[in-house]
Design a protein around this ligand. Structure first.
Ligand code: EPU
Length: 298
């Protein structure tokens, strides 16, 4: 990237501009090369100014949330600015008002769920055990146990590529299974929840936590790699085809749940990609099913 562009950005951005940031430290997979330019905007207006600059200069960007559903290539992210909202305290603000919780994009799902439990609000229990940020979760409409984060939205505030702010109610959005607000920059979400007894909420969380513990592996991963195919669990399909345990370098398909790829220690993105290709090929050949990725590859 042109040095001149970097200097220009440093001048007007109030937030933090860093260079050559190792993405392996910013993703739950612990994989990935360096981001050439990594920016944490201070607030909305800082972000809007940055977007306007990028637009005028025809520069690309990638929004990184909690890093729990991404695989960054071994060569890192070059010629494309990484924008990271959870790094700013402005974007980590959360507030509760009766049965509504307002969370900005950088709030972690763990913190969101804690706020819900603390305030005896039910509806987000399914988030138990899902890492990542509010913005990232809505970007892909993360879900589990038959509920997705989009189901609980009252209102969402986003920014477009030119820095313009737009608000949507839930009915204005067409969300689906693992299909969220891709392409829009999520700034803030208001969730509408239900008052309930705290003990019941806690019990639900515990039940989900135990189910995950029983059925999903620990370790460095990005959660499920593939979307399920209709009602068919991708993990189950992978198990049926005898692909569990398959490994390449330090990456392997979990023996506990077939839809998880684990980084044993120093796996490379190319190892994970090899496993993904292999699984897709065998599933297509043997079952005539095309598996779609849930994981985002950068
Ligand atoms: N199964 C197998 N072998 C496996 C995995 C699953 O036989 O290796 C069977 C299970 O025994 C069960 C059925 O398949 O009968 C469904 O399994 P599970 O309950 O684990 O659900 P899943 O469909 O495999 C989905 C989500 C998970 C979410 C769980 C729990 C997707 C791609 N995955 O998995 O989400 O945690 O349900 O609700 O939709 C994620 O998105 O990152 C993720 C992990």
């Amino acid at each position: 990237m042109l040095k001149e562009r970097k200097i220009q950005m440093e001048k007007f951005i109030n937030g933090k501009v860093s260079y050559e940031v190792p993405m392996a430290l910013r993703t739950t997979f612990k994989i990935g090369g360096k981001a050439e330019v990594f920016i944490v905007p201070d607030d909305e207006s800082d972000l809007a100014e940055l977007l306007e600059f990028l637009y005028k200069n025809e520069m690309e960007y990638f929004i990184l949330g909690g890093g729990s559903n991404v695989l960054v290539s071994d060569s890192g992210i070059r010629e494309r600015i990484v924008i990271h909202l959870p790094g700013s305290s402005y974007f980590r603000k959360i507030a509760v008002n009766d049965d509504l919780i307002m969370a900005r994009a950088g709030v972690s799902l763990v913190k969101l769920m804690k706020a819900a439990v603390d305030n005896s609000l039910s509806g987000l229990e399914f988030l138990e055990g899902i890492y990542g940020s509010v913005g990232g979760a809505l970007n892909m409409n993360a879900g589990a146990f038959g509920t997705a984060i989009g189901d609980k939205i009252f209102e969402v505030k986003v920014m477009n590529k030119r820095g313009k702010i737009i608000k949507y109610k839930r009915d204005d959005l067409s969300l689906g299974y693992r299909q969220g607000l891709k392409g829009k920059i999520i700034l803030e979400v208001v969730f509408k929840l239900e008052k309930a007894r705290k003990i019941n909420i806690e019990n639900k969380c515990k039940e989900y936590r135990e189910y995950r513990k029983e059925t999903q592996p620990k370790g460095r991963s990005a959660g499920c790699v593939f979307k399920n195919s209709g009602k068919l669990s991708a993990g189950k399909i992978i198990e049926e085809l005898g692909l569990k345990g398959l490994s390449r370098g330090d990456a392997y398909i979990s023996k506990k749940h077939g839809n998880f790829i684990i980084n044993r220690k120093n796996a490379k993105a190319k190892d994970v990609l090899w496993l993904i290709d292999r699984v897709k090929k065998v599933v297509k050949e043997e079952k005539n099913i095309v598996l779609d990725l849930e994981l985002e590859i950068v």
